[in-house]
Structures are given as C-alpha cells and as structure tokens.
Design a protein around this ligand. Structure first.
Ligand SMILES: Nc1ncnc2c1ncn2[C@@H]1O[C@H](COP(=O)(O)OP(=O)(O)OP(=O)(O)O)[C@@H](O)[C@H]1O
Ligand SMILES: O=P(O)(O)OC[C@H]1O[C@H](OP(=O)(O)OP(=O)(O)O)[C@H](O)[C@@H]1O
Ligand SMILES: [Mg+2]
Length: 297
C-alpha cells in the first residue's frame, strides 16, 4: 500500500453522526475543504484529511489501514470486532464521544410480555447485529435462531419472519409504533473514536496523539461549567457538597466582609436550576454559571 504522511479519519458521509462529528473536529481546531465529489475533505492547516463513507464501512477501512481513525457508533465497531477471528485484537475504542447515544435492545411483541431470557429459547430473533446478539444469547444460555436483516428489522414480527427483534432504540418511538416492547438491553452505545491498537510510530502517530489531546480538552470543556458565587465562610462545606463533581474551589476574600468569600469552581457537568436554588438556600448568592471555551492543563 502507498505510504501516507497525513492522518486520515473516516466518518459517516450522511447520517446521524455526520453533523456532531464535524462539529467536534471543528472544535479541535481542524478545518476542511470538501472535494467536488463530497467523498473527501482536505485538511487545511493540520495534516489531517477526512474520508466520508457509510458508517458500516468505517471499522474495515481502519483495519485495512486505508484510514487511521474513525468516528463510528460503538454498536458498529463492536459488531465488526466480533466478526473478526481475534475480536480482542486489531481495533480499539480510543475515546467515547458523548453523542449518538442509543442502545441495542431485544424487543418482543407487546402482547407477549417478557419474563426473562429463557422466554427467547427456541425463538427466532431478527437483527442487523448477529455478532452482538449471538454474544448476548450465549452469555445468557439462550438457544435462539438469529435471522439477519439489513434494515426494517422492526416489522419482522408482524411479517412472521421472527418472534422478536434486536435493534437500536433511542426514544422508543419506533418500538411503540410497531407494537413492540423493550425486553433486554444488549449494549449501550454512543459515537466513539476508533483506531488500531497500535498507532503508527511516525508523524501520523504524532498527529493522532495531538488530536487525542485536543479531543480530551474539548470533551472535558464541553462537560464543564465554571461557577462563581459569594457565600459566608461557614456555609462553604454545604455549598461545595452541592457542586456537580464536588470540585475543590478557589476562594477569594471579600474586602470589608471578612465572613464572606468568593468561590470559583470548575464543575463536571451542567448546573441545574434546582442545584442553584439549593445553594442559595445554603447561603450562596450572586451565582454565575459560565460555559468554558478552552482548557489546557
Ligand atoms: N435513534 C437513534 N438515536 C441516536 N443514535 C442512533 C439512533 N439510531 C442510530 N444511532 C447511532 O447512529 C449511528 C448511525 O445511524 P444512522 O441511522 O445514521 O446509520 P445508517 O442508516 O446505518 O447510515 P449509513 O448510510 O452511513 O449506513 C448508529 O450506528 C448508531 O450508533
Ligand atoms: O427509539 P427511536 O428513537 O425510535 O430510534 C430507533 C430507530 O432509529 C434508528 O432508525 P432510523 O430512524 O435512523 O432509520 P433507519 O433505520 O432507516 O436508518 C434505528 O434503526 C431504530 O429504528
Ligand atoms: Mg449504516
């Protein structure tokens, strides 16, 4: 294969993960110019390019070395890994990215009810994820027949081609619309950054590491809020306990009010109105919750 000195990331061309993935890379400071056929994006500035493909193709492209990294659902990555002779080798989930959250679940016709895995013994289950379903069935000691369907899995029970399904669920609206009920969760999924276990030991590896560092900063910032408030010193313990992630706050004295301090704290996660009201009851006032734009430890 031709050697390459630019890092290449595979991502979904058009689908649920496209926009959030593009936004995430932009937040990492990467800028791209799209090719005319819209299959490739050339990186401007950093030596990082994008390949825009069907999400199902992403793990294979990384495994074959066509791309170095990929942004893909954990469901697709795990299914690919299970299709390989050595599922534990080759590809790895390098980071979880916090969008595209859904779960792969087994669902049964609403009128059937569900009283545990044994109910699925001897039944036919339709899915696009035979590897993940097969693993779940084995680990629960269930002998069911797996019927592979590439799409529209949810209509299989009505068509009589299966007794149950195993498909992605988010709001549950698709299940309700098809008179199905969620019976068991096979895996919780979200978009992940996938890569080979061994990053290339050259310039591309260095760029990948730089990208991972920026990504960590972006993810941490996205999930962080800076809170500023004023409080009586004797209420500090109570107020700190109410801060998400219980950070160690920085304290500043208030001129002319020795019993008061200004508290500054970096919180993990958003701060709800309810938490602010609880802090106010504990003695806090003049509370400000600020988003964080960039962070570098
Ligand atoms: N309802 C949902 N809510 C949230 N995330 C979802 C939902 N359905 C799927 N996902 C996640 O988003 C990924 C992409 O879903 P999408 O429906 O865009 O894929 P697709 O139809 O297979 O697209 P492609 O044309 O690229 O093959 C899924 O693999 C899954 O990780
Ligand atoms: O629980 P819900 O919020 O209803 O989401 C679940 C549905 O979302 C996905 O399909 P999508 O809408 O992407 O259609 P597709 O299968 O045709 O891609 C998935 O395959 C489920 O059918
Ligand atoms: Mg797909």
């Amino acid at each position: 294969m031709k050697s390459r000195d630019r890092l290449r990331i595979a991502m979904q061309k058009s689908g649920r993960l496209t926009e959030p993935a593009q936004e995430l890379l932009a937040r990492c400071g990467l800028k791209f110019r799209q090719s005319r056929d819209k299959l490739f994006c050339f990186g401007e500035g950093e030596p990082v390019d994008l390949l825009l493909v069907r999400d199902d193709d992403i793990p294979g492209l990384i495994a074959e070395g066509v791309c170095d990294l990929g942004i893909v659902g954990r469901n697709v990555l795990r299914e690919f890994q299970l299709s390989q002779p050595e599922p534990g080798e080759g590809l790895a989930e390098l980071r979880s990215l916090g969008f595209g959250r859904c779960r792969l679940s087994i669902a049964v016709p609403h009128e059937d009810g569900y009283d545990g895995p044994a109910q699925l013994d001897g039944r036919a289950i339709a899915t696009s994820y035979p590897g993940l379903l097969g693993e779940w069935l084995r680990s629960h000691g269930v002998a069911a027949r797996v019927v592979y369907l590439a799409g529209s899995v949810e209509i299989a029970p009505r068509l009589g081609t299966a007794d149950a399904i195993c498909d992605l669920v988010s709001s549950g609206a698709t299940l309700v619309a098809n008179q199905l009920r969620e019976a068991a969760v096979v895996i919780e999924s979200e978009a992940v950054l996938a890569g080979r276990r061994d990053l290339p030991a050259d310039e591309r590896g260095e760029i990948a590491e730089l990208l991972l560092r920026r990504l960590d900063g972006v993810i941490q910032v996205r999930d962080s809020r800076l809170i500023l408030l004023q409080a009586p010193r004797n209420a500090l313990d109570d107020i700190t306990r109410l801060l998400p992630g219980m950070p160690v706050p920085t304290l500043t004295a208030v001129d002319g009010a020795p019993d008061q301090v200004v508290v500054q704290a970096l919180c993990a996660g958003s701060v709800s109105w309810r938490q602010l009201e609880d802090m106010k009851r504990a003695g806090a006032r003049d509370m400000l919750v600020l988003p964080v734009e960039k962070m570098l430890a």
